[in-house]
Write a protein that binds this ligand. Structure first.
Ligand SMILES: *Cc1c(COP(=O)(O)O)cnc(C)c1O
Length: 230
């Protein structure tokens, strides 16, 4: 795991150099879905304390195990009926993508007396298989969020389409960065565009070159996932 991480850090560094960015801008979020707790502990020992997960049940289990030692980001599709159980146990939700979820988050955050921090998930490739809202609807959606009192937008997230030729993902990441910049300029209440979450094991160097500042890496850190166990 240590050499995997060093390998990733080197690639981050190179990608940053290519476009004159400071590598300190890049937050590496290890994605620990399906990974068991001793592997997570190994990553903790290597200096990580924040992990990405995509299933509510799994977050609850791991949250109980690690208690306050670890922070979780919810990066997967979030069902409204699971919001209540998780809203005060995650640091950031990357997958705010519809009004019904916004309504529920706003309500449950109010009930708990907290502000819930979210990224708006964009389906930048307009793929049927993926969640996220289409780019042309992002502005209206964020304006709607900005009317609420208990939900805060910290940025955008996307999962780029899988491309045979990795260079072909560039155009999608570029579109995300320009959306991100345009929304920043609006200076909306409850909106502070700080995080652009894009790039995974196969495409993170391109994402960084195009402006990502949070990359979500699973396989390249923990190895291939074993979905059977979950
Ligand atoms: C699983 C997952 C990742 C990590 O993917 P890898 O290819 O294993 O790096 C990143 N983002 C989301 C939303 C995921 O579900």
């Amino acid at each position: 795991m240590k050499s995997n991480i060093n390998n990733i850090r080197e690639k981050i560094s190179l990608a940053c150099k290519n476009v004159n960015r400071d590598e300190k801008e890049i937050f590496l979020l290890p994605v620990s879905k399906t990974v068991d707790v001793d592997k997570i502990q190994e990553a903790i020992d290597l200096g990580f304390n924040t992990f990405g997960e995509n299933k509510v049940q799994e977050i609850l289990k791991k949250y109980e195990y690690f208690e306050e030692k670890v922070k979780f980001h919810m990066i997967g599709h979030l069902q409204t009926n699971k919001v209540k159980s998780i809203i005060d146990k995650v640091e950031l939700i990357h997958s705010l993508d519809r009004i019904s979820l916004l309504d529920k988050l706003d309500l449950e955050a109010k009930n708990k007396g907290i502000i819930v921090k979210c990224l708006v998930e964009v389906n930048i490739g307009k793929e049927e298989s993926k969640s996220g809202i289409f780019e042309e609807n992002v502005f209206d959606f964020i304006k709607e969020i900005s009317k609420r009192d208990n939900v805060f937008v910290n940025g955008l997230m996307t999962v780029a389409p899988y491309c045979e030729n990795i260079e072909d993902t560039r155009v999608y990441f570029r579109k995300m960065k320009s959306l991100f910049d345009e929304i920043s300029k609006l200076n909306l209440k409850n909106v502070d565009m700080k995080i652009l979450s894009m790039g995974m094991s196969n495409d993170f160097t391109i994402a960084i070159e195009e402006g990502a500042n949070l990359i979500r890496i699973g396989t390249s850190i923990f190895g291939k996932r074993n979905y059977i166990k979950c």
